[in-house]
Design a protein around this ligand. Structure first.
Ligand code: SAH
Ligand code: SF4
Length: 360
């Protein structure tokens, strides 16, 4: 079998491998080598019989992605640009949510808290007016292994132990619900107790609001958290910002969210991108409160992150704070997303754009 035809083993769930490899206990061992010890070759899987190691080496590969660019932000977040086997590129970001805390003697009290933001597609079909990923159009869906490997390589690059509690957000490039099959597979692989054990409660899908796919996700009953990129409270404006709103309007999204099974202790997150003089007024905040009435929701306000040539502007801090305070006063949980990695232009698609730009 030529190298090109080999499939990546990282795209297989344990259940799928059970149909291909026997006896079953070998699969647990393989998962341990792949995700705990992070070996680069099947030949290093020392407790497997030699013939199985060779069979695996002939049929599958482990590493397909290559880190071709890395930018570190002053807050400790790191943005990665990965090259795929077909030379397309996608971004992923390691977000440092909390710094490490040290004891007086210099020993570590708490390790830093991380979230990994992964891409689900090369480009995106949804075409939001404010989003840089949309500008390059849609190229293709990522395969499950290409999603899994973004996280695995980031773990490896930062020496993160597989037992650490890390969050995953599907908020990189692409619309995850437009590639639901592969994303669902990645969710299962991440949460496997013999692999990285990243609980489904630590994984969040962010969607532009494909209502029918939200229902489909609900039926799959994966237990994952849901985030809705709302960004506007009336259909007219939302349609301008997000053309997908013509197919799935605000009412249809809210209905789908009401049907979504939310973990008892969790809430659905509504992301609201604040754009200067477009949607950052108190009238919008008022409408937002009405819209979310009766939903277990929390709102996350995001500063629009400008990029060269973007037609929108970052709002003033005062407006964002006032917007937040209005929601809080009305009893709606509301946070402001810290501009993690702002100095490395963390809005998705920007590192890729820079890199493509350099090549021209
Ligand atoms: N397609 C999915 C997930 C990827 S986008 C979605 O739209 O939800 C992840 C988040 O980044 C979305 O909330 C999106 O609105 C936001 N985003 C896109 N461009 C941005 C920009 N220039 N500044 C800040 N956030 C941006
Ligand atoms: Fe796609 Fe999300 Fe960007 Fe919209 S914001 S174009 S859905 S990646």
């Amino acid at each position: 079998m030529s190298k090109e035809e080999k499939k990546s083993i990282l795209g297989f769930t344990k259940e799928e491998l059970q149909k291909l490899i026997s006896p079953t206990f070998r699969i647990k061992q393989i998962f341990n080598w792949l995700y705990h010890k992070r070996v680069k070759s099947f030949l290093d899987m020392k407790n497997l019989p030699k013939n199985l190691r060779e069979e695996l080496e002939n049929k599958y590969n482990i590493k397909e992605l290559e880190i071709i660019s890395k930018q570190k932000s002053s807050d400790g977040s790191i943005k990665y640009l990965f090259k795929l086997k077909d030379n397309h590129t996608v971004e992923a970001v390691l977000l440092k949510m909390k710094d490490a805390v040290y004891n007086e003697d210099g020993s570590i009290k708490h390790l830093p808290k991380y979230t990994v933001c992964v891409s689900s597609q090369v480009g995106c079909k949804v075409g939001c007016a404010f989003c840089l990923t949309a500008k390059g159009g849609f190229v293709r869906d990522l395969k499950a292994n290409e999603i899994v490997e973004q996280v695995l390589q980031i773990y490896e690059d930062n020496n993160i132990d597989c037992n650490r509690k890390v969050n995953i957000v599907y908020m990189g490039m692409g619309e995850p619900l437009d590639n639901l099959e592969n994303v669902a597979k990645a969710i299962k692989i991440f949460s496997d107790m013999d692999g990285m054990s990243i609980s489904v409660h630590r994984q969040t899908i962010s969607t532009s609001g494909l209502s029918s796919k939200i229902d489909k996700l609900a039926k799959m009953d994966l237990g994952i958290n849901l985030a809705i990129s709302l960004h506007a409270v009336d259909d007219e404006l939302r349609q301008k910002l997000m053309p997908i709103n013509k197919a799935y309007n605000i009412a249809s999204i809210i209905e789908a969210v009401r049907r979504f099974p939310v973990n008892l202790r969790k809430k659905v997150m509504f992301e609201y991108l604040m754009i200067k003089d477009v949607n950052d007024d108190i009238k919008s905040a008022k409408k937002l409160v009405k819209l979310l009435n009766g939903i277990k929701a929390k709102v996350n306000l995001i500063y629009f992150n400008p990029y060269p040539g973007s037609e929108f502007e970052r709002p003033e801090e005062k407006r964002v704070k006032e917007f937040q305070q209005y929601l809080l006063n009305k009893g709606v949980l509301c946070t402001i997303r810290e501009s993690k990695g702002l100095d490395i232009s963390a809005a998705c698609g920007q590192l890729r754009e820079q890199n493509l730009g350099e090549k021209v």
